[in-house]
Structure formats: C-alpha cells, structure tokens
Design a protein around this ligand. Structure first.
Ligand SMILES: *[C@@H]1O[C@H](CO)[C@@H](O)[C@H](O)[C@H]1NC(C)=O
Ligand SMILES: *[C@@H]1O[C@H](CO)[C@@H](O)[C@H](O)[C@H]1NC(C)=O
Ligand SMILES: *[C@@H]1O[C@H](CO)[C@@H](O)[C@H](O)[C@H]1NC(C)=O
Ligand SMILES: *[C@@H]1O[C@H](CO)[C@@H](O)[C@H](O)[C@H]1NC(C)=O
Ligand SMILES: *[C@@H]1O[C@H](CO)[C@@H](O)[C@H](O)[C@H]1NC(C)=O
Ligand SMILES: *[C@@H]1O[C@H](CO)[C@@H](O)[C@H](O)[C@H]1NC(C)=O
Length: 552
C-alpha cells in the first residue's frame, strides 16, 4: 500500500473513531437516537440517560430534559435515582465484603449468627435458619410493609430499631417456597454488613465501592444533594406531567432498598465492575472474587406464575420470547431469544431505571428516566429495554417507532395499574356514627395513624406523608389520598374498622392492599400501652403536644 493510501487510511480511522463510539456503529447510534427521541416524545418522558459497556468500550448519552421548567438538557452526567436497582448494589457490597475475607461472611451466613437473639421473626423456623441468601433472593415469605415505606418514617426511628421489630411482619407464604418481593427484609442484609463492619450501609457503600470505582457524582438520598440531579416528574389522573414533591425522596431506614442516584457516566464504572466480574477496571485490581461474584446471578428463588407472567413475553402473542424464570441476589434471571439476560428494574416516584447484564456477551447497559414513573413503567421502559437487547445481541428490532409508542399494543392491551376509584358522598346519617372511628391507632412496626373528622368526612394522617380521606363503600371505606402520595401510591387501599368497644369506639383499623393486611390498634391516652419504643416515643410526643397546647 503506498504511503499516501496508508495516511488516508489512518486519517479515516481517526475520523471514524471520533464520530462513533466503538460500542455502536454510527448508523446504529443514529438509529438509536431517533428511536429514543421519538419514544420520549410520544410517551411524555422528560429525560433519559443511557450507559452501555461492551468489552472495554463504553457509550453514554443523555436525551431530552433534566429540568423542563429551566429547559436544562439531560446529558451523560445528569444524575437519576435508580430506585430498586440499589438492591443489586447492596448485594454487590456484600459480595465485596464476603470476598475480602475480613468479616466472616458468606452468602449462606445465618442472620442470627451475626445479629444475635434480638432479631426474631414470626416463625421460629425462620429465626433459626434465615440466611443472607434467603433475604437477597426474596424467599423469606414474610410481609413487606410497603405501606410504611410509602407513608414515610419519622426521623427518630433507626434502621436498627426497625430491624428489631421485624417479628411483627406476617408470614404471607411458606419460607423458601418461592419469590415474594420484599423491601423491608432486604434492609436486614445491609444491617448484617453494618454489624460486622461496624459502619453504616451508607459508609460501606462509599468506602468499599463508590470511591474505589471513582463514582464521584453518585449520591445516596438523605445524605447529599446533587446539583446535577434530574428533576423528577409524575403524572396526575388526567395524564398531565407535574414536578414531583421533594419530600418523597427520603427513604431513611429503607436506603439499602432504593436510595442510590447516579449519572450514566458513573454507571459505566459500575457496569464495568459487572462485565469484568469484579474488577475495578478491565485488567486491573480484582475487588470481588469471581466465585462470590457469580453467586449473585444463579436462580435462588423461583418465580411463581404471577411474577413470571409479569416479567415475560411469550410467543405467539409477541414476536419474540422473553422468559423470566427466577431471581438471584437483586437480579432477575431471564432468557431473551435464547440468550441469558440478567436484569432488574427500579422506580422511585417519577424516576424509573432498568439495569441489564448479558454475561455471554460481556456487555451490560442501564438507562433511567425522570418521569412519568411507575404508573406508566411498562409502557415507557419496556420499549427501550427490548430495543437495547436487540441492538446488543445483533438482531433487527421487532419494535419500530410506531409500536414503541403503542406498546404493549398491538400484541397485548395496556393494563392500567390504577383502577378507577368509586367515590360516593357521605350522608348525614353516617356523620352521627363517625365518632366511633376517630382517634389514634398504632402498630409497633408500622407506626401511628390518626383519624379525624373534617367537613363531615373522615380524614386520615399516617407517617410523614400519608394524608387522605375515607370514602364509604358498600363494605367498608376506600382511602383517597392527597398529595404528595396521590399519584404515586399504586394500590388502592380498602380501609375497615373492627371491634367496637362498649364505649362505642372501634378498637382496630385495618388496611387491605392486594397482598397485605395492616392492622393498627387504638391508642387510649389513659390506657395501658405495651409494645415497642416507637409507640412510647409517639405517645410522649402526643403528651408533650397536649401539654404545650394547654399553655399556648
Ligand atoms: C464501632 O465504631 C464506633 C465508632 O464509630 C466505636 O466507638 C466502637 O467502639 C466500634 N465498635 C466496635 C465493636 O468495634
Ligand atoms: C475520577 O473521575 C473524575 C471525573 O468524575 C476524573 O476527573 C478523575 O480523573 C477520575 N480519577 C481517577 C483516579 O480515575
Ligand atoms: C411497525 O411494526 C408493525 C408491527 O410489527 C407493523 O405492522 C408496521 O407496519 C411497522 N411500521 C413501520 C413504519 O415500519
Ligand atoms: C371544607 O369545606 C369548605 C367548603 O366546601 C372548603 O372551603 C374547605 O376548604 C374544606 N376544608 C377542608 C379541610 O377540606
Ligand atoms: C376482634 O373481634 C374478632 C371477632 O369479630 C375477634 O376474633 C378478635 O379476637 C377481636 N380482637 C380483639 C383484639 O379483641
Ligand atoms: C376493596 O373493596 C372493594 C369494594 O368496595 C372490592 O371490590 C375490592 O375487591 C376490595 N379490594 C381488596 C384488595 O380487598
């Protein structure tokens, strides 16, 4: 080859290197850009961040807006909250601690061997046998207290206090029988690390992973604010997007289940840790043993039909098959067109996230959005997920710009997660009976609920954030929430009152969601109250308020 041709060839190479990343060809990248820009337009997604790692190459990009009011563009350095993808990060932290050999931990370590006799469960068999593995794979069968996570936990309740009260959780299915997603018990895995290392989960996350990985813009909610955090948006009943309430972004004891926020740039470092099976950067220092690392991605609990259906596409209804079989430690284990796919979703009041690892291609990707959130999760996240899978695996996409916007139609009807509320007016007759309901009810783990009468309607206050009114239905009441939970609390709760006393006051209030029942007992100020510190704290607070009010 003459020198001139060689120089031209080199110039071409350099040019090609500049115009497209090594992960995608420039054609692939422009097709991806137009697919995503079209989708965020038709689905009212404010902004989206994407990070991809394939072998040693990385690709990051931001689409749309990080802030609609200020018209700030989302970039690869915009920070989005990853929600429950935090769970896989908590599992990775444990992989790191197990690998270090310093903490006498294994995936099969029993909780009681680390935490001792102060931590028990409703069932002695669970107390005696439950391991990190059982918790990380959601197979304890225990209730998940999601109502508590959503209502918001007062500042004075510590992670340790809450964990010592887990014996109040009901048993919803048999221990180790199958998968049952659980936010509150997941914290216990982090608490085991806290006890062994004598450091908070937040400290450990930073010292063991975020700092070594140089994830400099990653934040943990409740700890540090990020200047580049995308503004989160949610939709109201009419489908209109509005800026979400910042009080929602405090998970407090629930941190290890969902409080990490990161940029696409930072997530390439995290994805690299995954594709290299535990190294800081390809070819560099190993911080997690490969054997321990691999443990995270084996099926440890089996999905029952409901979960498997929710996380699968089947032929011939859909043109491709996506089979979800089980769950490792913070990862669903699935097959897409016959390829092994490990993935997890996250969502946090407007933020949505999907992380995906293709172990046979040593590639991984993650993307996140700042709206419209969980009510539209499947229709906004799935079209990007399946497009990315095809792109990474080298298939032409079965979704195009039309079907991305109509997804899951024409293959399946869209199932709204929100059922229409049946609102009735309160009659005068019921007003006379309202006094039977009013007062304060409490539960040692779930906290305290107050029922009052405002404008002839029963109103409720629970935790830091839950307020609403009780609408009478044929059988009981339906809880109609006020902001900030109005558009983010997905399950409509039925509320009923039980056990009328001889003083004509109900003794219990019961919340019924799809999977769980939460019962609170009346707190009589002059009565005897047994139970935990939480109840005592709240009682003290009530007494102080009463005393203060007498002097104002
Ligand atoms: C745990 O750390 C605290 C300070 O952070 C220290 O005072 C305490 O002695 C430590 N406990 C153990 C058992 O190492
Ligand atoms: C860490 O990341 C920052 C950018 O976020 C970069 O400027 C710095 O050079 C990185 N440090 C190392 C040691 O790679
Ligand atoms: C998009 O895909 C659908 C279903 O596969 C097909 O019917 C339609 O013609 C496609 N539209 C375009 C513009 O390619
Ligand atoms: C009570 O009703 C009045 C008149 O309908 C209304 O102005 C007021 O805001 C209501 N109060 C509350 C707390 O809902
Ligand atoms: C409430 O009443 C039911 C029967 O209606 C009874 O089984 C239950 O024990 C009562 N609970 C309490 C705490 O009194
Ligand atoms: C809630 O109550 C309505 C009737 O008021 C009923 O149709 C529905 O099944 C109940 N939901 C649950 C979870 O029990």
């Amino acid at each position: 080859m003459p020198l001139y041709s060689i120089l031209r060839w080199l110039a071409f190479l350099e040019c090609a290197f500049l115009v497209s990343s090594a992960v995608f060809s420039s054609n692939e990248e422009s097709a991806l850009d137009s697919y995503i820009n079209n989708l965020i337009g038709c689905k009212d997604i404010p902004g989206l961040g994407l990070a991809v790692v394939k072998d040693d190459d990385v690709f990051t990009k931001g689409y749309g807006l990080a802030d609609k009011e200020k018209q700030i563009k989302a970039t690869s350095s915009t920070v989005f909250c990853v929600g429950s993808v935090t769970k896989s990060m908590t599992a990775m932290l444990l992989a790191r601690l197990i690998s270090s050999g310093k903490y006498r931990l294994r995936w099969t370590t029993k909780i009681k061997d680390v935490l001792g006799p102060d931590y028990t469960f409703i069932d002695d068999c669970i107390t005696d046998s439950v391991t990190l593995e059982d918790i990380l794979s959601h197979r304890t069968g225990l209730g998940s207290a999601d109502i508590l996570l959503q209502a918001g936990i007062p500042e004075y309740v510590t992670r340790e206090q809450m964990m010592k009260n887990l014996h109040y959780l009901p048993k919803l299915q048999e221990f180790r029988d199958s998968f049952f997603y659980n936010n509150i018990v997941y914290i216990l895995a982090a608490h085991v690390a806290e006890k062994r290392a004598n450091k908070t989960w937040e400290q450990l996350m930073k010292e063991e992973l975020l700092v070594p990985l140089n994830m400099t813009s990653t934040v943990i909610l409740d700890e540090r604010h990020s200047e580049t955090l995308a503004v989160p948006y949610i939709v109201d009943k009419t489908g209109k997007l509005y800026k979400s309430d910042e009080r929602l972004y405090s998970l407090h004891p629930f941190g290890p289940s969902g409080s990490i926020c990161a940029s696409a740039d930072d997530m390439t470092k995290w994805l690299n840790l995954i594709t290299s099976k535990g190294k800081i950067a390809e070819g560099a220092e190993r911080i997690i043993s490969e054997y321990v690392f691999n443990g995270q991605f084996n099926i440890k609990s089996v999905l029952n039909t409901m979960w498997a259906n929710a996380y699968s596409l089947t032929q011939p209804q859909f043109p491709v098959a996506f089979d979800s079989l089980g769950y490792g430690y913070g990862w669903f284990v699935s097959y897409y067109r016959g390829h092994r796919v490990l993935h997890h979703s996250g969502s946090l009041y407007g933020y949505s996230c999907k992380i995906t690892y293709l172990p046979d291609r040593s590639s991984a990707f993650v993307f996140f959005t700042n709206g419209p959130g969980e009510t539209k999760f499947d229709e906004t996240i799935s079209p990007v997920f399946y497009y990315m899978l095809d792109l990474m695996l080298g298939y032409p996409s079965w979704l195009n710009e039309t079907t991305a916007c109509s997804y899951p139609a024409p293959w399946r009807n869209y199932r709204s997660k929100r059922s229409s509320q049946d609102i009735m007016s309160v009659s005068g007759k019921e007003l006379e009976e309202m006094d039977m309901h009013t007062g304060q009810y409490s539960h040692p783990l779930y906290g305290s609920v107050t029922i009052t009468i405002i404008n002839n309607t029963l109103h409720i206050r629970y935790g830091l954030l839950l307020t609403g009114k009780l609408i009478p239905t044929s059988s009981s009441f339906q809880l109609q929430l006020f902001p900030p939970l109005r558009d983010v609390f997905l399950s409509i709760l039925n509320v009923s009152f039980k056990n009328l006393s001889n003083k004509n006051k109900y003794q219990h209030i019961e919340f019924l969601s799809l999977f769980e029942k939460y019962t609170f007992s009346r707190v009589d100020y002059d009565g005897d109250v047994s139970g935990s510190n939480i109840v005592h704290c709240q009682l003290k607070l009530v007494f102080i308020l009463i005393i203060l009010m007498q002097y104002i």
